[in-house]
Design a protein around this ligand. Structure first.
Ligand SMILES: O=C(O)CCC(=O)C(=O)O
Ligand SMILES: [Fe+2]
Length: 261
């Protein structure tokens, strides 16, 4: 039978679902469990992150609906029906020092929290991309035109991106309040039966091994807006992502573009 963690089912201590690693999974020598932590981030910081994402996304507006992804570090905004845009292309800073400090601070604390939940043999590095995803159900007639836009299919994070070892999701919106649909589900190994479903809640943090044990999906959002911060860790140091967020991203973007053939 499946277990459902409801939006308002808040636990004072982290919840942990043990999952045995498959023989072929390394998980950096750590566990393949699922961990859920409530009230990990407060309202002011959540609003700050949504503000950063919303401003970035507004620089590549799409009238269509569906998923919009914004990576504050690289500046890229991806949305169906919109050209790939970069918020730093104007050559001007987009975020204030306080905003960058907020984002950077959250990212650093996320790493510490994951390391605490998943002790590993090899050190973990933060890896790219990391982004805020906004799933919109506001345009009911929107249908995906590219496979990439169909965000609700079951998947294994590590199968899409090989160097991912751990996955994390920080929910910034409330299920059945800010949006409808958008339930997160883990499947029972080798089946399409849901083992564990999680209703997103503001400040709720979900951490799990990125490998096959944790095949999952998010259900289609049918109304409102659903925001989540997504991030991944690797124990392959060659994929380390140095989080710049130093206020000079627009300068680097310009220099990189100039260097292009
Ligand atoms: O937003 C979610 O709940 C899940 C997103 C996801 O599975 C992913 O980005 O790989
Ligand atoms: Fe995923």
């Amino acid at each position: 039978d499946k277990e459902v963690v409801k939006r308002d089912d808040v636990a004072a201590v982290p919840r942990r679902w043990p999952v045995a690693c498959a023989e072929t999974t390394s998980a950096c020598g750590g566990a393949c469990d699922r961990v859920l932590i409530d009230d990990w981030l407060g309202n002011a910081e959540i609003d700050g992150l949504i503000g950063i994402a919303t401003r970035g996304m507004a620089m590549a507006p799409s009238s269509e609906g569906g998923p919009t992804i914004f990576d504050a570090n690289s500046g890229y905004v991806m949305a169906p029906g919109a050209r790939l845009a970069n918020v730093y292309a104007r050559g001007e800073p987009v975020f204030s020092r306080q905003e960058l400090e907020l984002y950077r601070g959250v990212i650093r604390r996320l790493k510490h929290r994951l390391e605490e939940a998943f002790p590993t043999d090899r050190p973990l590095v933060f890896t790219a991309p990391t982004f805020v995803a906004r799933l919109s159900g506001q345009n009911a007639s929107w249908e995906p035109k590219e496979p990439h836009d169909e965000y609700w299919h079951p998947h294994v994070d590590k199968q899409n991106t090989h160097h991912y070892d751990y996955s994390g999701l920080l929910y910034l919106s409330d299920y059945d309040k800010d949006f409808e649909g958008g339930l997160f589900e883990f499947f029972r190994a080798g089946t399409n039966d849901t083992a564990l479903a999680i209703q997103p809640r503001r400040g709720r943090l979900l951490l799990f091994a990125a490998s096959q044990e944790n095949r999952h999906r998010v259900r289609r959002v049918t109304a409102g807006l659903r925001f989540a911060l997504s991030f991944w860790f690797s124990c392959d140091p060659t994929f380390e992502f140095t989080d710049f967020l130093d206020g000079q991203m627009h300068v680097r973007f310009r220099e990189e573009r100039r260097a292009m053939p």
